[in-house]
Ligand binder design. Sequence first.
Ligand code: IMP
Length: 219
Amino acid sequence: MNEVREDGGANTASAPLNTPLKKVVLASNNAGKLREFAALLGAAGIKLIAQGELNVPEAEEPHPTFVENALTKARHAAKLTGLPALADDSGLCVRALRGAPGVYSARYAQLAGGEKSDAANNARLVEALQGESDRRGYYYCVLALVRHADDPEPLIAEGRWHGEILDAPRGAHGFGYDPYFFLPALNASAAELEPAVKNASSHRAIALRQLLARLTEEA
Ligand code: IMP
């Protein structure tokens, strides 16, 4: 594997903790996330680069908590690039299922012997909630920002987006569990929302705003 290190400038291990971040690698190759995160961080003067552009391969996500997975991904990208790194980990937590699918959201059906797909995950979710009257759930997102791979004080931010689980799909936007995730306040499923509306109110947006507030506090 090629290690691609860039000059992190103010972002190196020896830089003071409150040195403003200029360039950050996003530990994801998801184009949608890059757009969402780049727009908000750009306003704070931070340039975001996808890890794929720097030949960083995807990291494993082996942990039972979102925050450990996010930190692992951020450290991995920081280590291979020499740049500060931002990672997220997210999932759907359903109250009647004691928080499942949770950290295993992407592999929910696969863990029960099914295929790794949104359709199979949604089918398992609907099945698991059959006859259940408590439909409450939320999307959870945690963000981890490390200034360097061994940063002892990573910035952590989180967001929860509360809704209810439908038993029939609605809408065609979004991805994952969105057609089954209903937002009473908006009277729409997440898949019925225009992408810009979802991106402004989602668990990721909430977490990102919290992260930005922390960065601003530190500057
Ligand atoms: P990741 O953090 O991007 O790996 O997402 C983990 C999994 O959580 C995804 O594969 C989806 O199943 C689910 N998920 C996370 N965020 C969303 C969302 O905004 N809409 C729908 N599903 C989501």
